[in-house]
Structures are given as C-alpha cells and as structure tokens.
Design a protein around this ligand. Structure first.
Ligand SMILES: NC(=O)c1ccc[n+]([C@@H]2O[C@H](COP(=O)([O-])OP(=O)(O)OC[C@H]3O[C@@H](n4cnc5c(N)ncnc54)[C@H](OP(=O)(O)O)[C@@H]3O)[C@@H](O)[C@H]2O)c1
Length: 232
C-alpha cells in the first residue's frame, strides 16, 4: 500500500513557546542537522544543495581524502566541510551515495554505528555510467545488504529511484509535486527522512519496509527511473 507521509511530521523550522515578561510568546526556532555524506559525486552534491538551502550543514567525504574535495566544497559554498568517511558517518544523519561496487569498501572500516539514520541512495549496478549491469544482491534489497554492513544504523532507502537530474531539479513541477519514496524497517527514521525530503519540496510516499519497498524502488524494480508527479 502506498501511504503519503510527512504531512504532519517535523519541519526543520518549528515554533518554540517561551516565557518572556510574564507572557508566553511564540518564537521561530531553526532546527538544523549536521548531515554527513559518504560519496561526493552527483547524488551527494544534489543532496547537499537541497540540504544547504533549508539550513543544514554538510560533511562530505570520498575515498581519496578531504584534501581532494577542496573544489567541491568551494562549489557547494558555505555550510560544507570536507571530512573523512568516519567523520561523515558520525553525523546524526548520514547519506550513502557511492557506486554499488564501492558500498562494501565504504562501510566496512567505519567505527560502530550509534543508531544514526543512514539514507541508502545506492542502486545495484556494477560498473560505471554507460557500462552498467544489474548486480545480484542475493534476493535482498540493496538497503538490506547495506543494513547488514552497517549494524546499529537505522537504514532508510530513499532518493535512489530518481534520476539525479530530477532529484536536483527539486519537488516543484508546474504546480505538481515530484514524488520521493521512502522505505525502512524503523518507522521513526522513515518519518524523519520523509519530513526532510518534504522540506526539499518533494511529495513523499511510504513504500513500506526495507525489503519490499526497497525492491520496488531500486534499480530493477518497477518504480526505478520513473518521474512521478502528485497533484496536490
Ligand atoms: N546518478 C543517478 O542518476 C543516480 C540516481 C539515484 C541513485 N544513484 C545511486 O547513487 C550512488 C551514487 O551515484 P552518483 O551518480 O552520485 O555516483 P558518482 O557521481 O560516480 O559519485 C560517486 C562518489 O562516490 C565516491 N566514492 C567511491 N568510493 C567511495 C568510498 N569507498 N568512500 C567514500 N566515497 C566513495 C566517489 O569519490 P572517489 O572516487 O573520489 O572516492 C564519488 O564522489 C550510486 O549507487 C547510484 O547507483 C544514482
């Protein structure tokens, strides 16, 4: 069953009630997150641009070390720092955006996860653009595979069904909303990621758990690559 989520979920900007001069006043309070990204390519940079726009800070990493990311950091602008993979993975919310062949290498040497949310944006393709072949994940969704390699992380599958150009373009399309899907076994983590994607401008649909939802939205599944719009 497809369930639109997040309509009543947390927005990064919320109101706090404060006591001042004996009166209750409503004050705007910005809630921002420190988001880590493992990967610094097209999906990672598109994610960073959306997150920066709504006020989050980003820690971006690749396999070759922070010094190789100077230009990327400069292009993305204020709010972004280049870090090691371990530093990125220590953030409260982490995005995994590396090619499938690099997933195991990226996750294997990280310190233990401390219940952070890990958004798995990967698709099961061997090789690079132009020479892709579908990878056999032994009946698992990629996110189940990722969850096995990241015990202690709350894995949420998201973003991966969208072509990066559509993700980059954002949620507003001629009066309709572009749809983003989320799947996870942890309901709270799924709600948080759904709420975050809504702040990026997307309509969010819950596809269920990591296995069933994951298989539907990842490469090889029926939703992969589709650009789906919701009229509000
Ligand atoms: N492109 C799309 O339309 C699209 C859409 C949705 C999902 N996806 C999926 O998202 C993932 C990323 O795709 P992409 O298009 O962003 O790829 P990309 O542009 O090729 O970028 C991949 C990034 O991963 C980094 N990387 C490789 N190994 C790493 C490691 N061990 N640790 C940290 N970083 C590492 C690479 O940097 P170094 O080589 O310098 O380490 C590079 O910055 C893939 O799984 C893809 O299937 C892609």
């Amino acid at each position: 069953m497809f369930v639109p989520i997040g309509a009543t979920s947390v927005h990064p900007r919320c109101f706090a009630s404060l006591e001042a001069n004996g009166r209750h006043v409503r004050k705007r309070k910005e809630i921002t997150m420190d988001i880590g990204i493992i990967g610094a390519g097209s999906v990672a940079q598109a994610f960073a641009r959306h997150a920066l726009k709504v006020g989050h800070t980003m820690k971006i990493s690749n396999s070759r070390g922070p010094s190789t990311l100077r230009e990327t950091v400069q292009t993305l602008g204020p709010g972004v720092t280049a870090v090691t993979q371990a530093e990125a993975a220590a953030s409260e919310l982490v995005v995994l955006a590396v090619p499938w062949d690099d997933v195991a290498g990226a996750l294997t040497h990280l310190p233990p996860w401390q219940h952070q949310i890990l958004i798995d944006a990967t698709n099961p393709f061997h090789g690079r653009a132009g020479t892709f072949t579908l990878a056999d994940v032994h009946g698992l969704s990629t996110s189940q595979f990722v969850a096995q390699l990241a015990p202690g992380a709350k894995v949420v599958k998201a973003i991966n069904h969208m072509l990066v150009a559509n993700f980059e373009a954002g949620g507003d399309v001629n009066g309709a909303k572009r749809v983003a899907f989320v799947s996870a076994d942890d309901a709270d983590a799924k709600n948080k990621v759904g709420a975050l994607l809504r702040t990026f401008g997307f309509a969010v649909i819950d596809l269920g758990n990591l296995r069933d939802g994951g298989l539907i939205q990842q490469a090889g599944g029926p939703l992969a690559g589709l650009d789906i719009l919701q009229r509000m």
